[in-house]
Write a protein that binds this ligand. Structure first.
Ligand code: ASP
Length: 304
């Protein structure tokens, strides 16, 4: 059920897309094509993150993602528009493009979020097909992990890489998407921040948007992306706002230094920035000047 109200009066802008991590460069290219064809930023973010979802080399999103502790790949995703419409799926299995299922939840149900077998049944009813998402490589890694005594992996450098994407189109509409297979070897049934509106993604079409990656529990406890957008509403730049959300985590959560968290924000003027806990977080930006991969500023010293 789509929101009949406009969230703000978008100004004409030049398009821009930003997304998390190095794999954001390839995803941005697909989004950029939609934007430069004059398309809607919602179509751009969906097309963009679908590239990452379909790439078996990206081991933390969609096809080929690390499984949970029981050996199953379970996916979380959400999508949000400039008019505050949103859709989300969590604990979704055997469907390669959870972002498109999240969009279908937004566009074809009165709900925001579907989970588990209900989300899968809904996807099948919308024409999505089931496929095995556990690649031979991810299965072999999982078997090695189990042989080591089933210690959960820390979320630091190699073990996470959600794609979160924000795009502003030339009509001034800002939309966002976020999709992940979540923390590697998580407990069966665990859902992270990525499908939670306000935690893994938030957009206000009159202000800007934010996406998050890293240890989802920290974003869930602080509603990090909502906070980033609210700080921008109060006048913070995207960089100040992302830093504000990381500082909130550091102030409130005693164990923050053991984890990685990164935020990327884009405001309605097309300005973007990132901030993270540990060095090593990158974000990709594509605009009319070209494609750039930025290293985020970090709260702490050397990479863990
Ligand atoms: N935020 C994701 C989660 O906690 C993982 C990540 O971004 O690395 O599920």
């Amino acid at each position: 059920m789509l929101n009949p109200h406009k969230a703000g009066t978008p100004a004409k802008t030049t398009p821009v897309v930003v997304s998390t991590w190095d794999h954001g460069l390839a995803a941005n290219q697909a989004a950029w094509k939609v934007l430069t064809d004059g398309g809607y930023s919602l179509d751009a973010v969906e097309a963009g993150v679908r590239v990452t979802e379909a790439d078996p080399e990206v081991r933390t999103v969609g096809l080929g993602g690390y499984p949970d502790a029981s050996g199953e790949v379970t996916l979380d995703a959400c999508i949000m528009t400039e008019a505050m419409d949103c859709g989300s799926v969590a604990f979704l299995r055997d469907i390669k493009h959870p972002i498109s299922v999240a969009r279908a939840v937004m566009e074809h149900t009165p709900h925001v979020m579907l989970v588990g077998s209900g989300a899968q049944e809904f996807a099948l009813s919308r024409g999505f097909s089931k496929e095995n998402l556990l690649t031979a490589e991810s299965y072999a890694d999982w078997q090695r992990w189990r042989a080591q005594g089933e210690r959960p992996k820390d979320i630091n450098i190699e073990n996470h890489d959600t794609i979160g994407m924000l795009a502003l189109d030339n009509a001034g509409r800002l939309c966002g998407a976020c999709t992940t297979s979540g923390a590697a070897y998580k407990l069966h049934g665990r859902v992270g921040d990525s499908p939670i509106i306000g935690a893994g993604l938030y957009v206000d079409g009159a202000v800007g948007g934010a996406v998050a990656t890293g240890m989802g529990e920290l974003m869930m406890k602080t509603l990090g992306c909502f906070l980033v957008v609210e700080l921008m509403r109060q006048g913070a730049s995207p960089g100040q706002a992302c830093k504000g959300a990381v500082l909130r985590i550091a102030e409130k959560l005693g164990d923050y230094a053991a984890f990685q968290v990164g935020f990327v924000a884009l405001n309605c003027q097309g300005e973007s920035a990132a901030y993270c806990i540990q060095p090593g977080f990158s974000y990709a930006r594509q605009d009319q000047r070209g494609a750039v991969l930025y290293q985020s500023e970090a709260l702490l010293g050397e990479a863990i």
